[in-house]
Design a protein around this ligand. Structure first.
Ligand code: FPP
Length: 248
């Protein structure tokens, strides 16, 4: 089912690596799956609060292309949880203007999950308040490989805009890859783990030790305060006022 082109709503693009579900559950003597269930509830809660804090696009890292290497039982549990969560949340997304898009590979997902995500994308296509991108079987290097193969077949120069457009096509996101403004990773690790490598070129990075199930609206507000306190120069320098006047 083709997706409609995605337009990026105004507002920040927040990307989140939702890490720490397994450790959160183990610390409580519960199976890892319990951490994923609470993690899915947390994702739902954060979607609800995101647009109240100036976020127009949110990309959540739900399952990486390398996560297939986890024990089969955990992978199956996660796939079922994704399907259940999408089915349970779809109506609320429509009612609250959330447009759902899934980025990543589609050829390895279970058939029922694939149908569910395609139906959710079609059903929520009119949402204008928040663009919610869920990364499923996603790996940035995997995307780059597909972009290179596509670039070989096109005429004309492969400009940056063209690359962004091809990433959108390779990831099935229906539009050019939007730059990330702020990337938050929970769970204490300080790495990107193959997430949105092109899109994060000038992203501000915030790492917190908080495990994803414990992440709160307050933590999000703190992260946004820190983001707004940073000075983004995108590789340029701050020209002193007198210098600017002299060269004007
Ligand atoms: C990383 O924690 C988390 C995952 C691999 C799964 C994340 C998925 C969800 C929160 C469900 C979201 C669902 C939707 C549809 C958005 P980990 O297991 O690597 O934790 P650990 O580092 O403590 O082992």
């Amino acid at each position: 089912m083709p997706t409609l082109p995605a337009t990026t709503p105004p507002g920040l693009h927040l990307a989140i690596i939702m890490d720490g579900n397994g450790r959160w559950a183990s610390a409580r003597g519960r199976p890892r799956a319990a951490g994923h269930v609470v993690g899915a509830r947390k994702a739902r809660e954060m979607v609800e609060v995101a647009s109240n804090h100036g976020i127009g696009t949110m990309t959540l890292y739900a399952f990486s292309a390398d996560n297939w290497a986890r024990p089969r039982r955990e992978v199956v549990t996660l796939m079922r949880l994704f399907r259940r969560t999408i089915l349970a949340e779809q109506e609320r997304c429509i009612a609250t203007g959330v447009r759902l898009i899934f980025i990543g590979r589609r050829d390895r997902l279970p058939r029922e999950l694939l149908h569910t995500i395609e139906a959710a994308e079609a059903a929520t296509a009119g949402g204008k308040r928040l663009l919610l991108r869920v990364a499923l079987d996603y790996g940035a290097r995997d995307t780059i490989e597909r972009v290179i193969a596509m670039a070989r077949t096109i005429d004309g120069p492969v400009t940056r805009d063209k690359v962004a457009e091809l990433i959108g096509r390779a990831d099935h996101s229906g539009g050019a890859a939007p730059d990330v403004d702020l990337l938050v990773r929970t769970g204490g690790e300080q790495r990107l783990s193959d997430f949105l490598l092109w899109e994060c070129a000038y992203a501000e990075l915030i790492f917190t030790r908080r495990m994803w199930p414990d992440f709160s609206e307050d933590d999000l507000v703190q992260a946004l305060k820190e983001f707004h306190s940073r000075h983004r120069r995108f590789g340029a320098i701050d020209e002193p006022a007198e210098e600017r006047a002299r060269t004007a």
